[in-house]
Design a protein around this ligand. Structure first.
Ligand code: HEC
Length: 117
């Protein structure tokens, strides 16, 4: 039987189609990721909690370097445990207002404060 000379071309065409198909699928995935980075990406960065940035909220009362000011004590070496700080952040203390730090970030903030030397 004589091989049909067109067979290799058909094979190449099928391979090409398969390739285009998979690149297309990957392209959709990449495009979704890029779109996510473009819209959700920025949001994610903003939503990511940064204790150092959040400490700007504390500066007004606790002083520029959180070294204490006015009625608010220094946050360096408070001797308080992470749990005690988290409790103060959650419930407030005296003039210290509660709820400055969103509940889901209190632990991280408390950890950061407890590590101030
Ligand atoms: C409105 C002013 C104010 C702001 C803003 C504020 N604090 Fe305070 N904070 C106080 C005062 C006043 C005290 C002392 C409360 C007391 O002992 O009665 C205090 C106490 C504390 C204590 C206990 C310190 C100790 O040695 O007893 C911690 C910890 C603390 N604050 C953390 C923070 C953090 C972290 C922030 C920022 C997220 C913050 N505070 C923002 C006023 C403030």
């Amino acid at each position: 039987m004589k091989r049909n000379p067109i067979v290799p071309y058909i094979l190449i065409m099928v391979m090409g189609l398969v390739l285009v198909f998979f690149l297309g699928i990957k392209g959709i995935g990449d495009a979704k990721e890029i779109a996510k980075e473009a819209e959700g990406g920025g949001e994610e960065v903003a939503a990511e909690f940064n204790p150092e940035a959040a400490s700007k909220t504390c500066i007004g009362c606790h002083g520029e370097n959180l070294e204490g000011a006015g009625g608010a004590p220094s946050l360096h070496g408070t001797g308080l445990s992470k749990e005690e700080i988290a409790d103060i952040l959650t419930n407030g203390k005296g003039m210290m207002p509660k709820g400055l730090i969103p509940a889901e970030n209190v632990d991280e903030m408390a950890e950061w404060v407890s590590n101030l030397k």
